[in-house]
Design a protein around this ligand. Sequence first.
Ligand code: MG
Length: 406
Amino acid sequence: MTRWRYAAATDTGVVRETNQDAVFADDILALVADGMGGHAAGEVAAAITIELVRDEFHKRPTVEGLYMAIEAANRAILANAGEHSEHFGMGTTAIAVGLTQDNDGVVSPTLFNVGDSRAYQVRDGALRLLSEDHSVAEEWVRMGRLTPEEAKVHPRRHQLTRALGIEEALEIDVISLNALPGDRILLCSDGLSNELSNEELARMASSPTPLKESVDQLVAAANHAGGRDNISVILLEFDEVSVATTEIKRTVSTRPPPVVHSTRAVPARRSARPRRLTWRVWASVMMLAIVVIGAVYVVKWYAYSTYYIGNDAGVIAVYQGQPNGVLWFKPKKVFDTDYPSSQLLPSDERALSSTISAPTLNFALKYATHIRNLWRVHQHELKVASTTTTTLAGSSTTTTVKKAAG
Ligand code: MG
């Protein structure tokens, strides 16, 4: 039989405006979820995880039950993000200790971990880290590429390699806990472990005060140290504890282990979301289509924003558009005047041959009539001048005749 007492707290911290962490603790389950994602999506991911894991584990309080519960939460987060575009990219860590019953009826504590929230065992004032951080920097420490000291300041120390809400395949660390009565387990989000040293964590987590006071003291200390992230803390203290008949320490995965082909950096899964890019692709295509259609309309407006007078097979005509066209928008004839283009003054005829621009249709029509009238006036003047010359010539003849007669 295993029994524990518990206390839990979560706090927004000093810097963040919202709390995307969530915690849950009762007689058989303790769970911390550190949500991530903009527009409060991290809160949604954390809340989904708490609710589903709590409900599913209570129905089936076994190792398999808790594993299935975390998997169900992962699928639910993916489904929610698929349905709500504003939740795209949300995810969460999950670290849980459940009192799991095995086939022999033994109830013992089992730790489950995905992400960089942490579990520590506290015994006799000493602290031991039980979980592994699934972050790029910490993976590199385990591979020997970084020292623990380098990892603490490495720019990729917050970049997760595992989290709920990234993809359907999920790897979960599952570890049977060996505890003694009086041992404490500290579960926390990185808002606590990043702000306090191991010595501070050990001192406060093991102080012989009631659990709730220790929890509040840890939260206050993290806030005092800067409170740069949301802070979540759960303290468990075992009154009685059994050891599982079969100890477990493994990473359970829904897919085969990845094959490493090169020494390239582990991709950050927070940003690698190839399976759920569909709505982004559609949004990009729609935006592009809107821009293209808008550009076509602007070009068309410009192409047909003006008029000109030109020669259409010997007749003066009015066209709408630019004389040489713009792209595929060619000028179109909008009016035939029936005025022969040969019946113009030479200067207007020359101007017509290279087109005469006009700002409006009305202006174009008036101008065409105007140059036609100029030609008519000119013709009239020529006719008058010709008649006068003929008359004068006739008078002169008469005079001559008269003179000849005289
Ligand atoms: Mg955090």
